[in-house]
Write a protein that binds this ligand. Structure first.
Ligand code: ADP
Ligand code: ADP
Length: 225
């Protein structure tokens, strides 16, 4: 699977230019999008998951163009938004069950098997009956990842998943992403923390004020200054 971004621009209605001539190729493994607040990371990710339209430019996923095959591409990609929230009255398993039914899994038994598989995958099977909004910050993010994995997408996009986590939870979260990546899931991770990327990603880009300022290996990036 390959995702290519060509000459992508985003200008918001108020005239703010959030992305300027973005060109990136993202292949197998884990890709890190590093950038400070306001760099344009969320904008780029929302465009990739078809929640927002670009002003110009093109994105291709496995030969499908985003402008012509919005629906197909949306189905190929799992997404964990930065501000992901849970319904207060649902237990962990109920939340995933609900998300799976929205995703089209109609059969109750199949859904149950899928939900338990996902809970195992992110290390939350032991809290399956706990209310989702009562989980720790790190567990909530992991439940968010489980949600993004419904339907076995080959690519998942995770927006600032480690923000607000303490160091231990951050490392645990990185390990889950690495494990998924080793099992063939392509991951695009946005973060403003260099260590999130240097310890896990094979390639990266630095985004600042809507422009790509570096593209290459995290090792090279860390050692270049
Ligand atoms: P990041 O995720 O890197 O913090 P964002 O993509 O959220 O960056 O934002 C990039 C820039 O675009 C910021 O300056 C932000 O204020 C601006 N922006 C984001 N959403 C909108 C919007 N709906 N209208 C106008 N400007 C926006
Ligand atoms: P918002 O603009 O507040 O994110 P939307 O109605 O645009 O609200 O989207 C609602 C939610 O649907 C998103 O927050 C996200 O969880 C989910 N969603 C949207 N697109 C995708 C996608 N391609 N893959 C997975 N989940 C998605």
């Amino acid at each position: 699977m390959e995702l290519t971004i060509n000459h992508l621009y985003k200008i918001y209605d108020n005239g703010h230019q959030a992305l300027r001539d973005i060109n990136l190729t993202i292949g197998e493994g884990m890709f890190g999008l590093l950038g400070p607040n306001g760099a344009g990371k969320s904008t780029l990710m929302r465009i990739l998951v078809t929640l927002q339209a670009a002003s110009s430019g093109e994105v291709m996923v496995d030969g499908y163009s985003l402008s012509k095959h919005r629906k197909e591409i949306r189905q190929m990609i799992g997404y964990l938004p930065q501000d992901f929230r849970f319904f207060p009255k649902l237990k962990s398993w109920e939340f995933l069950d609900y998300a799976a039914s929205l995703a089209g899994l109609k059969n109750k038994k199949e859904r149950r098997a899928e939900v338990d598989r996902l809970l195992h995958q992110v290390g939350l099977i032991h809290v399956r009956d706990r209310f989702a909004n009562k989980l720790s910050g790190g567990m909530k993010r992991r439940l968010g990842i489980a949600q993004a994995l419904i339907g076995n997408p080959r690519l998942i996009i995770v927006d600032e998943p480690t923000t607000g986590l303490d160091p231990e939870e951050r490392i645990r979260f990185r390990n889950i992403l690495s494990h998924l990546s080793n099992n063939g899931v392509i991951i695009i991770l946005s973060t403003h923390i260099v260590a999130d990327i240097s310890s896990t990603c094979r390639s990266m880009a630095l985004l600042d004020e809507g422009e790509v300022h570096y593209q290459g290996s995290p090792d090279e990036f860390v050692n270049r200054a």
